[in-house]
Design a protein around this ligand. Sequence first.
Ligand SMILES: [Zn+2]
Length: 290
Amino acid sequence: MKIFDLIGTVPKVGSPLTVNDFEKLTKKASPYYQNENGKGKHYAVCPVCRNPIVIVNLYTDSSTIEGDSSPAPLHARHSQKTIVGIAEYDEAKYNECYLANPAVFSCTDRRMEGDVSNELLDLIINNAKIIRTMISSAIGLNVGDKLFESILNDFKSEQGHLYRFVNRYNLPYAIIYLMKNRSINYQYLKGEVGDKLKASINESFNKSIFISKNQIKRNDSSVSLNMFFTEHNRNKNTGEESLLMNVEKKEGSNSSIIFQHKIEFDTSLFINWINKDQRSSDIARKVFKK
Ligand SMILES: [Zn+2]
């Protein structure tokens, strides 16, 4: 994993694991820095299951990736035993932890309805605006009302909140991934991804689909521009995740992919954004004493 937490951190959001952040937050003190047989060891807490985690390659790069002789990048992994001062090892929680068992979006592994799945639904309902903005930036479209409703309906009909791979860190991306093949005709392009998509549309269509004032338009109803997502990947060592966005040109029964874009997950963005929103509200409430 590429995130860590301190002992008793509330809210449990996880900080991105970098040498700077680790040093600053732990203050380079015990129990995060320990000496074992004259060797410096570094520990923290898993933000998801609260079990102890070992920081690998904080200062050295002696650890290598399995089956590969090149050094592994800085990352953390579960210790699977109690680390004094950090946390007791809880095997049941470890087995439930998605960071411990990196799985791709296989959609076969389901969780029971309960606290976790309810929390995910609440997160969607209470932070729909943030989710919509994140999706829009990731896919290069200013997602319109109808498309947003369809995307949420797809997540609901797939019961996305019950999939093990879906968690509060990757929730907006999981919502994108579970979207069915959908038309993006009449959507507005947005940002850098939107610019690239625009170039592909201009190359691939002979005016049947075109861009006018940044909006995707068509003058032939037998032609359509559709979008779907594939290839969810999670790096076993670093925990980094990505998925592939595909844009498809449909003409009657013919279809071809005209644009692909790899979406890299920023797994701290969603929760950080929610917390910042909350802090802003708290400040305003305090100032105006409401
Ligand atoms: Zn964990």
